[in-house]
Design a protein around this ligand. Structure first.
Ligand SMILES: NC(=O)C1=CN([C@@H]2O[C@H](COP(=O)(O)OP(=O)(O)OC[C@H]3O[C@@H](n4cnc5c(N)ncnc54)[C@H](O)[C@@H]3O)[C@@H](O)[C@H]2O)C=CC1
Ligand SMILES: O=C(O)[C@@H]1CCC=N1
Length: 276
């Protein structure tokens, strides 16, 4: 994959140099994507200075300069900014417009600018920064297969990528993978607090939780034939400690808690599609 991404021979720009752009840029550079084929634009300079210093990419405060430089334009501003930012830009049919914004559908995106390009929606997540991202990709009808596969290739170079056939599925990708690193960090925070309450240091708490999460995630990945419930059962000795902890979580309706959280994320994406 790394060889493929090196040979892509396309310029990529990021409009908006925030958290998610930085994560994808970091991941691309780590995979050997040429830094002189990436440009980021942002209204203020501090983030651009950091990106230029850390990754040697091209930077600009002029969004149109970035669009003109690139074959692939990644729109990475906040959803509420998208309309204003897009309407100021001139795109062209030979470029591919990629939006990573939550909650803004292709139809809306194409209405934001008079000069449009084929549009692909990508829903990535921040672990892309370390090559462990997860992205969902939705290509609108006017995108050709080669461009869709190019996006799969780009996002696969910073993690894993799946294509979704229905645009609504992008909201499910948000609930399951775009937003979910925050759920895991929240669980880690809660556990760290309790380890400290139990008398251990924050550093010891961190390593205990971090390594247990990493080990569990790796075990899931390396045991494709085992269902998650089997992996859980393998930890849970009859009459033992895990059984009590799991029972407590189930009594607190962990399934309902997670379902409610994920449905709240989807609901917010649906609201945003009307709001912005
Ligand atoms: N952070 C995450 O985990 C994920 C974010 N996203 C999407 O990525 C997009 C960006 O999110 P973040 O990176 O988290 O936000 P952010 O706030 O970190 O980055 C947005 C950047 O856009 C810049 N900006 C503001 N006005 C601009 C303009 N007129 N022209 C160019 N740049 C401008 C801001 O200065 C900022 O650096 C959002 O649409 C979000 O829905 C998608 C998946 C995951
Ligand atoms: O919170 C958000 O709206 C974005 C989309 C997925 C992760 N961050």
């Amino acid at each position: 994959m790394s060889q493929l991404i090196n040979n892509l021979n396309k310029n990529i720009c990021f409009i908006g140099a925030g958290n998610m752009s930085t994560a994808i840029i970091a991941g691309l550079i780590k995979k050997g994507f040429p830094s002189d084929k990436i440009m980021a634009s942002n209204p203020s300079t501090p983030k651009l200075d950091t990106l230029a210093a850390d990754f040697r990419i091209k930077v600009t405060q002029d969004n149109q300069e970035a669009v003109d430089f690139a074959n692939i334009i990644i729109m990475a501003v906040k959803p509420q900014m998208m309309q204003q930012v897009c309407s100021d830009l001139v795109f062209s049919q030979d470029k591919v417009l990629v939006s990573i914004a939550a909650g803004i559908k292709v139809d809306r995106l194409s209405s934001f600018s008079r000069h449009t390009s084929p549009i692909i929606r990508v829903m990535p997540n921040t672990p892309s920064a370390i090559g462990l991202g997860m992205s969902g990709i939705y290509a609108s009808d006017d995108v050709n297969e080669a461009d869709t596969q190019m996006l799969v290739q780009i996002m696969s170079s910073v993690g894993k990528a799946i294509i979704v056939k229905n645009e609504e599925d992008i909201d499910t990708v948000i609930a399951a993978a775009g937003s979910s690193p925050a759920y895991f960090f929240l669980i880690a925070e809660a556990m760290q607090k309790e380890v400290i309450n139990m008398g251990m240091s924050p550093e010891q708490a961190r390593i205990l939780i971090e390594q247990a999460m990493l080990g569990s995630a790796t075990l899931m990945q390396q045991s494709p034939s085992l269902e998650f419930c089997t992996l859980r059962a393998n930890v849970t000795s009859k009459g033992g400690t895990t059984a009590k902890a799991v029972e407590s979580l189930q009594q607190s309706n962990i399934n309902d808690i997670m379902a409610k959280a994920m449905r709240s994320a989807v609901k917010r994406a649906q609201e945003m599609s009307k709001q912005f």
